[in-house]
Design a protein around this ligand. Structure first.
Ligand SMILES: [Fe+2]
Length: 204
């Protein structure tokens, strides 16, 4: 059973935090630190400061930018974090990892996760994720006792039917977006062969 609000909206609103400070370094090859192009790690905090020694240094400025934004938005320092990094050589029209329209709070592999006060921060060096700055109604007949995998396919069509093209936010490369786990979003399809570096940090 997963618990999702009947109406998906932005609280606080999604926010463009602007460019990260070190774009060239951000995109540097870090394949040695990744496994099959991916890295998933927890971030521990002590006295409000993150321990980043296990994360490639090229991502530290962006992580600290996210920590500052979280603190400013919520009025308190984060207590925990999780980071996903990917650096992938994508064939044209290969959709990065999660390509379909979705909300993280629903498709998570850990649907029992308490998303309470958490915020997401995402930045990529090309084909940035599109975010939908609009509320979405959930279907009236939404089953409330199914696994996340089933509900995901059920919701996808509903989301696509409700898209307001004027409300789509597509950040520029190296711009960091802040959004809560209930904001609907979608990977862009790359129309050319590209190496794409992406960082997603969740703080709570
Ligand atoms: Fe996502």
């Amino acid at each position: 059973m997963i618990n999702i609000p009947k109406r998906l909206a932005q609280n606080p609103p999604l926010c463009n935090l602007g460019l990260i400070t070190n774009p060239d370094a951000f995109s540097a090859d870090c394949s040695d630190a990744l496994e099959n192009g991916h890295l998933d790690e927890s971030i521990m905090f002590r006295n409000g400061k993150p321990n980043l020694e296990h994360i490639p240094i090229q991502f530290h400025p962006a992580i600290l930018k996210a920590v500052d934004a979280y603190t400013e938005t919520t009025g308190r320092a984060p207590e925990y974090g999780a980071i996903h990094i990917s650096q992938l050589d994508l064939k044209p029209f290969a959709v990065p990892r999660v390509g379909d329209i979705h909300v993280d709070a629903i498709i998570s592999a850990y649907p029992e996760t308490d998303y309470g006060e958490s915020l997401n921060f995402i930045v990529s060096d090309c084909f940035p994720t599109r975010l939908f700055n609009q509320p979405f109604d959930l279907p009236e007949n939404l089953p409330d006792d199914v696994h996340a995998d089933e509900i995901y396919s059920f919701l996808r069509q509903s989301f696509e039917d409700q898209i307001n093209e004027d409300a789509i936010v597509t950040p520029d490369a190296y711009e960091m977006m802040q959004y809560d786990p209930y904001v609907v979003h979608q990977a862009q399809v790359n129309d050319q062969e590209v190496r794409r570096t992406m960082m997603l940090v969740r703080l709570g």
